[in-house]
Design a protein around this ligand. Structure first.
Ligand code: ME8
Length: 513
């Protein structure tokens, strides 16, 4: 079985500092990367910044800065954010790097060699904000201004010599590919949107620009720069050292297991990118998942709308893990989700402090007091104990399967429900009343400790630092976390000392006005 896993986030435009939407994509990608790692996979996890094109050139001009200097500064804030979010990315790519330029020019040469590129003239609408071409029927007139219907961003008329990619030629092969690879585009609703767009007919795609210079030059015509999306999409293979397809990284990790993106850029990933790869005779990624948007007052959070929530401010106030938990749990994965500080505070108080933190404190304090600070050795499981313990064993493969289908909601619901049941179990079993029956008391304590271990393993991809803090009870270290061991009821060694741990989450005083 293939035990390599390659996951990518979109590479972000460094036209302004990162916001909660960017943090969201990156945190979800990190969730998958960490899960796969604790399930024994060798994981490559790529993120980075998309630095060419008119949008960036104009943003730099507006600030009177040299374009590369402008990119250096903002790209660094994205790189810093990766650390602040505790991402486990194995690489961070910038499209202004030499390794990437070489890779893009090589891909261009392949497309040209295979007769998929020709020189002509483009006349049509272009949105600089989306770096996208739109057909006339995708444009509307609002108060005398031409706007793209989909993204609501302004468009301008473009009329210039341009190279074209023969996208129309790939219409049928793409439809065939979607058909024979039904999981290629997820979720299903978005797949249908893509298929109907392709079925409505694909026109050849303009893939170079002549009227500005901030981009990668077309190999044999320095008057043109390569279209920023052809440039950007290639990052997924340039980070693996393409064109050297004999390189270890490329051999190990291409095709990618999962390109995780926002639904706004699905067309580029599910149509253009596979078409470029088909034309270059390269394998296609295994899956594209288009997640929903983080909304602020029911509108997409974006730089241009000015309704940005700054992840760093939220982290300063509440801590990183509460934010990671909140985004993963409260934004139903695949759909759009409004976020609010009020709900974040509720999550911290009820799920993290009460349900998880309190359970860890309670059972460890009880063990210290009643079992000489040791994991009980003499135990005998009964039906009530096995009922919760077996849940992990019985669902192990299902959980894996759900993760492979990006069912984040199932994963988190499983954790929340099990925590709820475990708290109830500990209350109902009343170990504090069993001091005359040490076998039973020991068994209840052992069972609860085992569940704390298993749940902490499952929480590790979501709230890594807090999970590790909880695992200090057992002196379990990060590299020892092995997802498959949650099926084991007797993992913890009896008679081993446990440790007292600090409070995991502080409750938030809520202002109920
Ligand atoms: O599109 N909610 O970069 P970008 C959720 N450079 N996710 C959001 C979001 C929101 N409100 N706003 C942004 C680009 N995102 C290109 C990508 S890839 C080869 C090139 C996330 O800076 C989401 O993942 O505009 C979206 O797809 C991405 O940021 C777009 O970031």
């Amino acid at each position: 079985m293939d035990k390599n896993f390659y996951i990518t986030t979109p590479i972000y435009y460094p036209s302004a500092n990162p916001h909660m939407g960017h943090a969201y994509s990156s945190i979800i990608a990190d969730f998958f990367a960490r899960f796969k790692r604790i399930d024994g996979f060798d994981v490559s996890f790529l993120t980075g910044t998309d630095e060419h094109g008119l949008k960036i050139q104009r943003a730099a001009e507006k600030q009177g800065l040299d374009t590369l200097k402008f990119c250096d500064d903002i790209s660094k804030t994205f790189r810093d954010l990766s650390k602040i979010l505790n991402l486990t990315n194995t690489d961070f790519i910038r499209t202004t790097e030499q390794r990437h330029k070489k890779s893009v020019q090589n891909l261009w040469n392949e497309l040209e060699k295979n007769d998929d590129i020709y020189l002509s003239k483009y006349s049509g609408w272009y949105s600089v904000s989306d770096e996208a071409f739109y057909n006339a029927d995708e444009i509307e007139d609002i108060n005398g201004k031409k706007i793209a219907k989909l993204s609501k961003s302004p468009v301008e008329w473009m009329d210039e010599e341009s190279y074209f990619f023969r996208l129309s030629k790939w219409e049928k092969p793409l439809l065939d590919y979607y058909k024979s690879n039904p999981d290629f585009i997820s979720p299903k609703s978005r797949k249908n949107e893509v298929i109907s767009f392709v079925k409505s007919g694909l026109k050849d795609l303009s893939v170079s620009r002549k009227s500005f210079s901030w981009g990668i030059p077309v190999p044999n015509n320095k008057d043109h720069v390569i279209y920023v999306w052809l440039d950007a999409l290639t990052n997924y293979i340039s980070a693996l050292n393409y064109p050297d397809i004999k390189d270890e990284l490329y051999k190990k990790f291409w095709p990618a297991s999962l390109h995780l993106i926002g639904k706004d850029i699905l067309r580029f990933h599910a149509i253009y990118w596979p078409a470029f790869l088909l034309a270059a005779k390269l394998p296609l990624p295994k899956k594209i998942y288009g997640h929903g948007w983080i909304l602020s007052n029911d509108e997409k959070m974006s730089k241009s709308k000015g309704n940005i929530l700054d992840p760093i401010k939220i982290i300063d106030k509440y801590g990183l893990d509460p934010l990671r938990y909140y985004l993963i749990k409260e934004v139903s994965f695949g759909n759009d989700g409004n976020i609010s500080q009020d709900r974040l505070e509720d999550c911290i108080n009820s799920d993290l402090a009460n349900n998880f933190g309190n359970l860890c404190q309670r059972v460890s304090a009880f063990t210290i007091k009643n079992c000489d600070s040791k994991i009980p050795e003499d135990i005998k499981f009964e039906k009530d104990d096995l009922k919760i313990l077996d849940k992990f064993k019985d669902n192990l493969d299902l959980i894996r399967d759900k993760i492979d289908n990006q069912d984040v909601n199932f994963y988190i619901d499983f954790i929340v429900n099990t925590l709820f049941e475990t708290n109830k179990y500990f209350n109902d079993q009343e170990p504090w009343k069993k001091k005359d029956n040490f076998l039973r008391l020991n068994t209840i304590v052992y069972t609860t400790l085992e569940i704390v271990r298993k749940i902490s393993y499952m929480l590790y991809p979501i709230i890594p630092q807090s999970s590790l803090n909880a695992l200090k009870i057992f002196s379990i270290k990060e590299k020892e976390i092995d997802f498959s061991s949650i099926k084991n009821h007797n993992y913890l060694n009896g008679n081993k000392k446990i440790n007292k741990i600090d409070i995991l989450f502080n409750k938030i005083e809520k202002n109920n006005d």
